[in-house]
Design a protein around this ligand. Structure first.
Ligand code: SDX
Length: 430
Protein backbone atom coordinates (compact mmCIF):
# COMPACT_ATOMS: atom_id res chain seq x y z
CA UNK A 1 0.00 0.00 0.00
CA UNK A 2 1.70 3.25 -1.10
CA UNK A 3 2.30 5.63 1.80
CA UNK A 4 -0.27 8.46 1.88
CA UNK A 5 1.26 11.65 0.51
CA UNK A 6 1.06 14.86 2.54
CA UNK A 7 1.91 18.53 2.06
CA UNK A 8 3.73 20.37 4.85
CA UNK A 9 2.71 23.92 5.64
CA UNK A 10 4.63 26.04 8.13
CA UNK A 11 3.00 29.20 9.55
CA UNK A 12 4.65 31.24 12.29
CA UNK A 13 7.00 28.37 13.02
CA UNK A 14 4.16 25.86 13.42
CA UNK A 15 3.97 22.97 10.94
CA UNK A 16 0.81 21.41 9.56
CA UNK A 17 0.58 18.17 7.56
CA UNK A 18 -2.15 18.33 4.91
CA UNK A 19 -3.27 15.13 3.14
CA UNK A 20 -2.72 14.94 -0.63
CA UNK A 21 -5.48 13.18 -2.56
CA UNK A 22 -4.62 11.52 -5.88
CA UNK A 23 -7.07 11.42 -8.85
CA UNK A 24 -7.63 8.83 -11.58
CA UNK A 25 -6.24 11.47 -13.98
CA UNK A 26 -5.03 15.03 -13.56
CA UNK A 27 -3.19 16.85 -10.75
CA UNK A 28 -3.10 15.79 -7.10
CA UNK A 29 -5.12 17.94 -4.70
CA UNK A 30 -4.19 19.19 -1.24
CA UNK A 31 -7.05 18.48 1.17
CA UNK A 32 -7.48 21.74 3.12
CA UNK A 33 -10.85 20.92 4.67
CA UNK A 34 -9.39 21.03 8.18
CA UNK A 35 -6.93 23.88 7.55
CA UNK A 36 -8.97 26.68 9.16
CA UNK A 37 -9.78 24.54 12.22
CA UNK A 38 -6.11 23.58 12.64
CA UNK A 39 -4.24 26.73 11.56
CA UNK A 40 -6.85 29.50 11.71
CA UNK A 41 -6.13 30.61 8.14
CA UNK A 42 -8.15 30.57 4.89
CA UNK A 43 -6.78 29.93 1.40
CA UNK A 44 -7.33 32.64 -1.21
CA UNK A 45 -8.31 31.84 -4.83
CA UNK A 46 -11.03 34.26 -6.14
CA UNK A 47 -11.26 32.82 -9.69
CA UNK A 48 -10.79 29.23 -8.49
CA UNK A 49 -7.74 28.95 -10.77
CA UNK A 50 -6.09 26.46 -8.36
CA UNK A 51 -9.10 25.09 -6.51
CA UNK A 52 -10.95 21.78 -6.82
CA UNK A 53 -14.44 22.51 -5.47
CA UNK A 54 -15.59 18.88 -5.49
CA UNK A 55 -14.72 15.40 -6.64
CA UNK A 56 -16.49 14.00 -9.69
CA UNK A 57 -16.52 10.94 -11.95
CA UNK A 58 -18.32 12.53 -14.91
CA UNK A 59 -15.95 14.61 -17.07
CA UNK A 60 -12.18 14.98 -17.27
CA UNK A 61 -10.30 17.81 -19.00
CA UNK A 62 -6.55 18.03 -19.58
CA UNK A 63 -6.02 21.63 -20.69
CA UNK A 64 -2.41 21.15 -21.78
CA UNK A 65 -3.14 18.08 -23.92
CA UNK A 66 -6.54 19.24 -25.20
CA UNK A 67 -8.24 16.17 -23.73
CA UNK A 68 -11.97 16.07 -22.90
CA UNK A 69 -13.59 12.78 -21.85
CA UNK A 70 -17.06 11.95 -20.57
CA UNK A 71 -16.99 8.90 -18.27
CA UNK A 72 -13.61 8.12 -19.91
CA UNK A 73 -14.79 8.33 -23.54
CA UNK A 74 -12.98 10.97 -25.71
CA UNK A 75 -15.22 13.76 -26.98
CA UNK A 76 -14.22 13.35 -30.63
CA UNK A 77 -15.26 9.69 -30.58
CA UNK A 78 -18.58 10.56 -28.93
CA UNK A 79 -19.19 13.42 -31.40
CA UNK A 80 -18.42 11.21 -34.40
CA UNK A 81 -19.76 7.81 -33.33
CA UNK A 82 -22.47 8.43 -30.70
CA UNK A 83 -25.47 10.74 -30.54
CA UNK A 84 -26.75 13.25 -28.01
CA UNK A 85 -29.34 11.15 -26.13
CA UNK A 86 -26.83 8.30 -25.82
CA UNK A 87 -24.31 10.81 -24.40
CA UNK A 88 -27.04 12.02 -22.03
CA UNK A 89 -27.49 8.46 -20.78
CA UNK A 90 -23.69 8.10 -20.41
CA UNK A 91 -23.41 11.34 -18.41
CA UNK A 92 -26.40 10.47 -16.19
CA UNK A 93 -25.66 6.80 -15.49
CA UNK A 94 -21.90 6.38 -16.04
CA UNK A 95 -21.92 3.71 -18.75
CA UNK A 96 -22.88 3.38 -22.42
CA UNK A 97 -26.42 1.97 -22.61
CA UNK A 98 -27.25 -1.41 -24.07
CA UNK A 99 -29.82 -1.42 -26.91
CA UNK A 100 -32.81 -1.94 -24.58
CA UNK A 101 -31.56 0.65 -22.06
CA UNK A 102 -31.14 3.20 -24.85
CA UNK A 103 -34.57 2.44 -26.32
CA UNK A 104 -36.24 2.84 -22.90
CA UNK A 105 -34.35 6.07 -22.19
CA UNK A 106 -35.21 7.63 -25.55
CA UNK A 107 -38.87 6.69 -25.09
CA UNK A 108 -38.95 8.28 -21.61
CA UNK A 109 -37.33 11.51 -22.82
CA UNK A 110 -39.57 11.65 -25.90
CA UNK A 111 -42.67 11.41 -23.74
CA UNK A 112 -41.64 14.27 -21.48
CA UNK A 113 -41.12 16.85 -24.28
CA UNK A 114 -44.52 18.60 -23.95
CA UNK A 115 -45.20 21.37 -21.44
CA UNK A 116 -48.30 22.02 -19.37
CA UNK A 117 -50.51 24.31 -21.50
CA UNK A 118 -50.65 26.83 -18.65
CA UNK A 119 -46.93 27.47 -19.18
CA UNK A 120 -47.74 29.08 -22.54
CA UNK A 121 -49.14 32.01 -20.59
CA UNK A 122 -45.75 32.69 -18.97
CA UNK A 123 -44.40 33.67 -22.37
CA UNK A 124 -47.21 36.20 -22.90
CA UNK A 125 -45.76 38.36 -20.13
CA UNK A 126 -42.51 38.96 -22.02
CA UNK A 127 -41.99 41.61 -24.69
CA UNK A 128 -41.62 40.02 -28.12
CA UNK A 129 -38.10 41.44 -28.36
CA UNK A 130 -36.99 39.91 -25.03
CA UNK A 131 -33.70 38.03 -25.29
CA UNK A 132 -34.63 34.31 -25.36
CA UNK A 133 -32.24 33.73 -22.45
CA UNK A 134 -34.40 36.04 -20.31
CA UNK A 135 -37.42 33.96 -21.24
CA UNK A 136 -35.62 30.70 -20.50
CA UNK A 137 -34.40 31.84 -17.08
CA UNK A 138 -37.95 32.92 -16.24
CA UNK A 139 -39.84 29.93 -17.62
CA UNK A 140 -37.45 27.25 -16.30
CA UNK A 141 -37.48 28.79 -12.83
CA UNK A 142 -41.28 29.03 -12.94
CA UNK A 143 -42.01 25.46 -14.08
CA UNK A 144 -41.06 24.26 -10.58
CA UNK A 145 -44.62 25.41 -9.79
CA UNK A 146 -45.95 22.65 -12.05
CA UNK A 147 -43.87 19.67 -11.08
CA UNK A 148 -44.28 19.20 -7.33
CA UNK A 149 -43.93 15.44 -7.89
CA UNK A 150 -40.28 15.86 -8.94
CA UNK A 151 -39.06 18.68 -6.73
CA UNK A 152 -38.08 16.74 -3.58
CA UNK A 153 -34.30 16.61 -3.99
CA UNK A 154 -34.00 14.05 -1.18
CA UNK A 155 -35.99 11.45 -3.12
CA UNK A 156 -33.82 9.67 -5.73
CA UNK A 157 -36.91 8.68 -7.74
CA UNK A 158 -38.01 12.32 -7.93
CA UNK A 159 -34.49 13.38 -8.87
CA UNK A 160 -34.65 10.91 -11.76
CA UNK A 161 -37.97 12.30 -13.03
CA UNK A 162 -36.72 15.89 -12.71
CA UNK A 163 -33.62 15.01 -14.75
CA UNK A 164 -35.75 13.44 -17.50
CA UNK A 165 -38.21 16.35 -17.52
CA UNK A 166 -35.48 18.98 -17.81
CA UNK A 167 -33.54 17.20 -20.59
CA UNK A 168 -36.80 16.63 -22.47
CA UNK A 169 -38.40 20.05 -22.01
CA UNK A 170 -35.48 22.42 -22.54
CA UNK A 171 -35.63 22.15 -26.37
CA UNK A 172 -39.37 22.80 -26.26
CA UNK A 173 -38.89 25.87 -24.04
CA UNK A 174 -36.02 27.21 -26.18
CA UNK A 175 -38.03 26.72 -29.38
CA UNK A 176 -41.05 28.43 -27.77
CA UNK A 177 -38.85 31.37 -26.78
CA UNK A 178 -37.71 31.63 -30.40
CA UNK A 179 -41.20 31.34 -31.86
CA UNK A 180 -42.50 33.92 -29.38
CA UNK A 181 -39.79 36.38 -30.46
CA UNK A 182 -40.94 35.92 -34.08
CA UNK A 183 -44.63 36.32 -33.30
CA UNK A 184 -45.19 32.84 -34.72
CA UNK A 185 -47.33 30.13 -33.07
CA UNK A 186 -45.65 27.61 -30.81
CA UNK A 187 -44.94 24.28 -32.50
CA UNK A 188 -45.59 21.11 -30.51
CA UNK A 189 -42.89 18.41 -30.29
CA UNK A 190 -43.25 15.39 -32.60
CA UNK A 191 -42.50 12.02 -31.04
CA UNK A 192 -41.45 10.39 -34.29
CA UNK A 193 -38.50 12.79 -34.67
CA UNK A 194 -35.07 12.48 -33.07
CA UNK A 195 -34.14 14.93 -30.31
CA UNK A 196 -32.18 17.24 -32.64
CA UNK A 197 -34.63 16.94 -35.55
CA UNK A 198 -37.50 17.69 -33.17
CA UNK A 199 -35.76 20.86 -32.02
CA UNK A 200 -35.23 22.05 -35.60
CA UNK A 201 -38.85 21.20 -36.36
CA UNK A 202 -40.15 23.17 -33.34
CA UNK A 203 -37.98 26.15 -34.34
CA UNK A 204 -38.45 26.30 -38.09
CA UNK A 205 -41.76 24.68 -39.03
CA UNK A 206 -44.94 26.74 -39.44
CA UNK A 207 -48.55 25.46 -39.51
CA UNK A 208 -49.02 26.79 -43.03
CA UNK A 209 -46.88 24.21 -44.78
CA UNK A 210 -45.06 20.91 -44.25
CA UNK A 211 -41.49 21.14 -42.90
CA UNK A 212 -38.91 18.46 -43.66
CA UNK A 213 -35.82 18.38 -41.45
CA UNK A 214 -32.59 18.21 -43.48
CA UNK A 215 -30.84 15.12 -42.04
CA UNK A 216 -27.41 16.75 -42.40
CA UNK A 217 -28.58 19.73 -40.35
CA UNK A 218 -30.15 17.38 -37.79
CA UNK A 219 -26.81 15.55 -37.53
CA UNK A 220 -24.93 18.85 -37.14
CA UNK A 221 -27.44 19.99 -34.50
CA UNK A 222 -27.03 16.71 -32.63
CA UNK A 223 -23.24 17.07 -32.76
CA UNK A 224 -23.44 20.63 -31.41
CA UNK A 225 -25.59 19.35 -28.54
CA UNK A 226 -23.06 16.57 -27.82
CA UNK A 227 -20.06 18.93 -27.89
CA UNK A 228 -21.71 21.28 -25.39
CA UNK A 229 -23.15 18.61 -23.06
CA UNK A 230 -20.81 18.87 -20.09
CA UNK A 231 -17.50 20.46 -19.23
CA UNK A 232 -16.36 19.68 -15.67
CA UNK A 233 -16.74 22.50 -13.11
CA UNK A 234 -17.23 25.51 -15.44
CA UNK A 235 -18.92 28.65 -14.12
CA UNK A 236 -22.53 27.64 -14.83
CA UNK A 237 -22.08 24.07 -13.56
CA UNK A 238 -20.49 25.44 -10.39
CA UNK A 239 -23.50 27.75 -10.08
CA UNK A 240 -25.88 24.80 -10.32
CA UNK A 241 -23.86 22.88 -7.71
CA UNK A 242 -23.81 25.84 -5.32
CA UNK A 243 -27.55 26.46 -5.73
CA UNK A 244 -28.24 22.76 -5.24
CA UNK A 245 -26.15 22.62 -2.05
CA UNK A 246 -28.84 24.70 -0.30
CA UNK A 247 -31.49 22.11 -1.23
CA UNK A 248 -33.11 24.30 -3.90
CA UNK A 249 -35.41 22.44 -6.32
CA UNK A 250 -33.87 21.22 -9.61
CA UNK A 251 -35.75 23.71 -11.80
CA UNK A 252 -34.47 26.64 -9.70
CA UNK A 253 -30.92 25.23 -9.87
CA UNK A 254 -31.04 24.90 -13.66
CA UNK A 255 -32.50 28.42 -13.97
CA UNK A 256 -29.47 29.64 -11.99
CA UNK A 257 -27.18 27.77 -14.40
CA UNK A 258 -28.93 29.36 -17.39
CA UNK A 259 -28.47 32.81 -15.84
CA UNK A 260 -24.73 32.24 -15.35
CA UNK A 261 -24.24 30.75 -18.83
CA UNK A 262 -25.71 33.93 -20.36
CA UNK A 263 -22.55 35.97 -19.67
CA UNK A 264 -20.33 36.80 -22.70
CA UNK A 265 -17.26 35.41 -20.93
CA UNK A 266 -19.05 32.02 -20.78
CA UNK A 267 -21.94 30.70 -22.85
CA UNK A 268 -22.78 34.14 -24.25
CA UNK A 269 -19.46 34.07 -26.11
CA UNK A 270 -20.93 32.30 -29.15
CA UNK A 271 -23.32 35.21 -29.75
CA UNK A 272 -20.59 37.77 -28.94
CA UNK A 273 -18.14 35.93 -31.24
CA UNK A 274 -20.40 36.00 -34.28
CA UNK A 275 -21.27 39.64 -33.65
CA UNK A 276 -17.52 40.36 -33.43
CA UNK A 277 -16.86 38.52 -36.71
CA UNK A 278 -19.62 40.56 -38.33
CA UNK A 279 -18.17 43.79 -36.88
CA UNK A 280 -14.75 42.89 -38.30
CA UNK A 281 -16.58 42.33 -41.59
CA UNK A 282 -13.62 41.71 -43.87
CA UNK A 283 -10.26 39.98 -43.70
CA UNK A 284 -8.57 43.36 -44.22
CA UNK A 285 -9.90 44.69 -40.89
CA UNK A 286 -8.61 41.79 -38.78
CA UNK A 287 -5.26 43.46 -37.82
CA UNK A 288 -7.18 46.42 -36.33
CA UNK A 289 -9.09 44.11 -34.00
CA UNK A 290 -6.03 42.05 -33.10
CA UNK A 291 -4.30 45.28 -32.07
CA UNK A 292 -7.29 46.17 -29.89
CA UNK A 293 -7.24 42.73 -28.26
CA UNK A 294 -3.58 43.31 -27.33
CA UNK A 295 -4.16 46.84 -26.05
CA UNK A 296 -4.17 46.75 -22.24
CA UNK A 297 -6.24 49.94 -22.18
CA UNK A 298 -8.89 48.46 -24.44
CA UNK A 299 -11.36 46.09 -22.76
CA UNK A 300 -11.98 44.43 -26.13
CA UNK A 301 -11.25 40.72 -26.24
CA UNK A 302 -11.38 38.33 -29.17
CA UNK A 303 -14.60 36.48 -28.40
CA UNK A 304 -14.32 32.76 -29.04
CA UNK A 305 -10.66 32.78 -28.07
CA UNK A 306 -9.01 31.73 -24.84
CA UNK A 307 -10.04 29.35 -22.13
CA UNK A 308 -9.40 28.98 -18.43
CA UNK A 309 -8.38 25.35 -18.88
CA UNK A 310 -7.43 24.67 -22.52
CA UNK A 311 -3.99 26.09 -23.24
CA UNK A 312 -3.20 24.44 -26.59
CA UNK A 313 -6.51 23.79 -28.29
CA UNK A 314 -10.16 23.09 -27.43
CA UNK A 315 -10.92 19.60 -28.81
CA UNK A 316 -14.52 20.66 -29.36
CA UNK A 317 -13.46 23.52 -31.64
CA UNK A 318 -11.61 21.04 -33.86
CA UNK A 319 -14.75 18.94 -34.38
CA UNK A 320 -16.92 22.02 -34.88
CA UNK A 321 -14.52 23.40 -37.48
CA UNK A 322 -15.09 20.23 -39.56
CA UNK A 323 -18.83 20.52 -39.04
CA UNK A 324 -18.82 24.14 -40.18
CA UNK A 325 -17.31 23.15 -43.53
CA UNK A 326 -19.78 20.25 -43.89
CA UNK A 327 -22.89 22.30 -43.08
CA UNK A 328 -21.91 25.19 -45.35
CA UNK A 329 -21.14 22.72 -48.15
CA UNK A 330 -24.54 21.05 -47.83
CA UNK A 331 -26.27 24.41 -47.72
CA UNK A 332 -24.33 25.51 -50.79
CA UNK A 333 -22.92 28.47 -48.86
CA UNK A 334 -19.52 28.82 -50.49
CA UNK A 335 -18.99 32.56 -50.20
CA UNK A 336 -19.47 32.91 -46.43
CA UNK A 337 -17.60 36.11 -45.56
CA UNK A 338 -18.00 35.46 -41.84
CA UNK A 339 -16.39 32.03 -42.15
CA UNK A 340 -13.59 33.51 -44.25
CA UNK A 341 -12.96 36.13 -41.55
CA UNK A 342 -13.11 33.41 -38.86
CA UNK A 343 -10.59 31.15 -40.59
CA UNK A 344 -8.21 34.03 -41.34
CA UNK A 345 -8.57 35.35 -37.77
CA UNK A 346 -7.78 31.87 -36.45
CA UNK A 347 -4.75 31.56 -38.77
CA UNK A 348 -3.35 34.95 -37.79
CA UNK A 349 -4.03 34.49 -34.08
CA UNK A 350 -2.33 31.08 -34.05
CA UNK A 351 0.80 32.66 -35.54
CA UNK A 352 0.79 35.83 -33.44
CA UNK A 353 3.31 35.99 -30.61
CA UNK A 354 0.82 37.58 -28.17
CA UNK A 355 -1.76 34.86 -28.60
CA UNK A 356 0.84 32.12 -28.52
CA UNK A 357 2.36 33.54 -25.34
CA UNK A 358 -1.09 33.99 -23.73
CA UNK A 359 -2.11 30.55 -25.01
CA UNK A 360 -5.24 31.90 -26.69
CA UNK A 361 -6.80 29.39 -29.08
CA UNK A 362 -10.27 29.13 -30.60
CA UNK A 363 -12.68 27.64 -28.08
CA UNK A 364 -16.00 25.85 -28.48
CA UNK A 365 -17.78 29.15 -29.14
CA UNK A 366 -15.62 30.15 -32.09
CA UNK A 367 -17.17 27.91 -34.73
CA UNK A 368 -20.54 27.04 -33.22
CA UNK A 369 -21.99 30.44 -34.14
CA UNK A 370 -21.00 30.05 -37.78
CA UNK A 371 -22.82 26.72 -38.00
CA UNK A 372 -25.89 27.96 -36.13
CA UNK A 373 -26.14 31.07 -38.28
CA UNK A 374 -25.83 28.95 -41.44
CA UNK A 375 -28.66 26.76 -40.10
CA UNK A 376 -30.89 29.82 -39.88
CA UNK A 377 -30.70 30.74 -36.18
CA UNK A 378 -30.38 34.39 -35.12
CA UNK A 379 -27.41 35.14 -32.81
CA UNK A 380 -29.85 35.58 -29.91
CA UNK A 381 -30.62 31.85 -30.09
CA UNK A 382 -26.98 30.71 -29.83
CA UNK A 383 -26.75 30.74 -26.04
CA UNK A 384 -30.22 29.20 -25.53
CA UNK A 385 -29.00 26.31 -27.71
CA UNK A 386 -25.89 26.05 -25.53
CA UNK A 387 -28.23 25.95 -22.47
CA UNK A 388 -30.33 23.17 -24.04
CA UNK A 389 -27.19 21.09 -24.62
CA UNK A 390 -25.62 21.80 -21.22
CA UNK A 391 -28.75 20.89 -19.23
CA UNK A 392 -27.69 17.23 -19.15
CA UNK A 393 -24.27 18.23 -17.79
CA UNK A 394 -25.78 20.48 -15.16
CA UNK A 395 -28.32 17.86 -14.08
CA UNK A 396 -25.77 15.02 -14.07
CA UNK A 397 -23.48 17.02 -11.80
CA UNK A 398 -26.53 18.02 -9.71
CA UNK A 399 -27.47 14.35 -9.27
CA UNK A 400 -23.88 13.40 -8.44
CA UNK A 401 -23.62 16.07 -5.76
CA UNK A 402 -26.96 15.18 -4.16
CA UNK A 403 -25.95 11.53 -3.98
CA UNK A 404 -22.85 12.50 -1.96
CA UNK A 405 -23.49 11.64 1.72
CA UNK A 406 -20.91 14.27 2.71
CA UNK A 407 -22.81 17.05 0.91
CA UNK A 408 -22.58 20.35 2.78
CA UNK A 409 -23.97 23.74 1.80
CA UNK A 410 -21.36 25.67 -0.19
CA UNK A 411 -20.28 28.68 1.86
CA UNK A 412 -16.92 30.26 0.84
CA UNK A 413 -15.14 32.70 3.20
CA UNK A 414 -13.24 35.89 2.22
CA UNK A 415 -10.20 38.09 2.66
CA UNK A 416 -11.80 41.10 4.41
CA UNK A 417 -10.20 44.43 3.45
CA UNK A 418 -12.96 46.73 4.64
CA UNK A 419 -13.16 49.22 7.53
CA UNK A 420 -12.25 48.17 11.06
CA UNK A 421 -15.05 48.20 13.64
CA UNK A 422 -16.19 51.76 14.40
CA UNK A 423 -19.11 53.47 16.21
CA UNK A 424 -22.17 54.81 14.40
CA UNK A 425 -22.25 58.60 13.90
CA UNK A 426 -25.68 60.31 13.95
CA UNK A 427 -26.51 62.36 10.88
CA UNK A 428 -26.48 65.58 12.95
CA UNK A 429 -22.76 65.01 13.58
CA UNK A 430 -21.67 64.10 10.04
C1 SDX B 1 -16.85 28.81 -22.41
O1 SDX B 1 -14.99 26.99 -18.24
C2 SDX B 1 -15.46 26.38 -19.24
O2 SDX B 1 -15.26 25.19 -19.42
C3 SDX B 1 -16.31 27.20 -20.18
C4 SDX B 1 -16.77 26.50 -21.44
C5 SDX B 1 -17.75 25.40 -21.14
O3 SDX B 1 -17.89 24.51 -21.99
O4 SDX B 1 -18.46 25.48 -20.11
O5 SDX B 1 -15.67 25.96 -22.14
C6 SDX B 1 -17.49 27.48 -22.37
O6 SDX B 1 -17.21 29.66 -21.64
C7 SDX B 1 -15.69 29.03 -23.35
C8 SDX B 1 -15.04 30.45 -23.18
C9 SDX B 1 -15.91 31.45 -23.94
N1 SDX B 1 -15.49 32.83 -23.66
C10 SDX B 1 -14.94 33.59 -24.61
O7 SDX B 1 -14.63 33.19 -25.73
C11 SDX B 1 -14.73 35.05 -24.18
C12 SDX B 1 -13.31 35.48 -24.53
N2 SDX B 1 -12.37 34.76 -23.68
C13 SDX B 1 -11.94 35.43 -22.46
O8 SDX B 1 -12.95 36.16 -21.82
C14 SDX B 1 -11.11 34.51 -21.56
O9 SDX B 1 -10.24 33.85 -22.38
C15 SDX B 1 -11.82 33.49 -20.68
C16 SDX B 1 -12.85 34.10 -19.80
C17 SDX B 1 -12.44 32.44 -21.53
C18 SDX B 1 -10.74 32.82 -19.80
O10 SDX B 1 -10.25 33.82 -18.98
P1 SDX B 1 -9.14 33.49 -17.86
O11 SDX B 1 -8.75 32.08 -17.86
O12 SDX B 1 -9.64 34.06 -16.58
O13 SDX B 1 -7.90 34.25 -18.41
P2 SDX B 1 -7.64 35.75 -18.17
O14 SDX B 1 -8.91 36.52 -18.37
O15 SDX B 1 -6.94 35.89 -16.87
O16 SDX B 1 -6.67 36.10 -19.39
C19 SDX B 1 -5.30 35.71 -19.31
C20 SDX B 1 -4.60 36.71 -20.20
C21 SDX B 1 -4.99 38.16 -19.87
O17 SDX B 1 -3.87 38.98 -20.19
P3 SDX B 1 -2.92 39.47 -18.95
O18 SDX B 1 -3.82 40.17 -17.95
O19 SDX B 1 -2.30 38.20 -18.40
O20 SDX B 1 -1.93 40.42 -19.61
O21 SDX B 1 -5.00 36.51 -21.57
C22 SDX B 1 -5.69 37.67 -22.04
C23 SDX B 1 -6.10 38.48 -20.84
O22 SDX B 1 -6.15 39.87 -21.17
N3 SDX B 1 -6.87 37.17 -22.75
C24 SDX B 1 -7.31 37.64 -23.92
C25 SDX B 1 -8.42 36.83 -24.24
N4 SDX B 1 -8.63 35.92 -23.28
C26 SDX B 1 -7.66 36.15 -22.35
N5 SDX B 1 -6.87 38.65 -24.69
C27 SDX B 1 -7.59 38.85 -25.83
N6 SDX B 1 -8.67 38.12 -26.23
C28 SDX B 1 -9.10 37.11 -25.45
N7 SDX B 1 -10.16 36.36 -25.83
Amino acid sequence: MAEAKTATLTIDGKTYELPILSPTSGPDVIDIRKLYAQAGVFTYDPGFTSTAACDSTITFIDGEEGILTHRGYPIDQLANDSHYLEVCYLLLYGHLPGPRELEDFERIITRHTMLNEQIHFFFRGFRRDSHPMATMVGVVGAISAFYHDSADVNDPAQREVAAHRLIAKMPTIAAMAYKYSLGQPFVYPRNELSYAANFLHMCFSVPAEPYHVNPVLARAMDRIFTLHADHEQNASTSTVRLASSSGANPFACIAAGIACLWGPAHGGANQACLEMLREIGTVERIPEFIARAKDKNDPFRLMGFGHRVYKNFDPRAKVLKESADEVLEVLGIHENETLKVAKELERIALEDEYFIEKKLYPNVDFYSGIILEAMGFPTSMFTPIFAVARTVGWISQWKEQLADPQLKIGRPRQLYLGAEERDYVGIERR
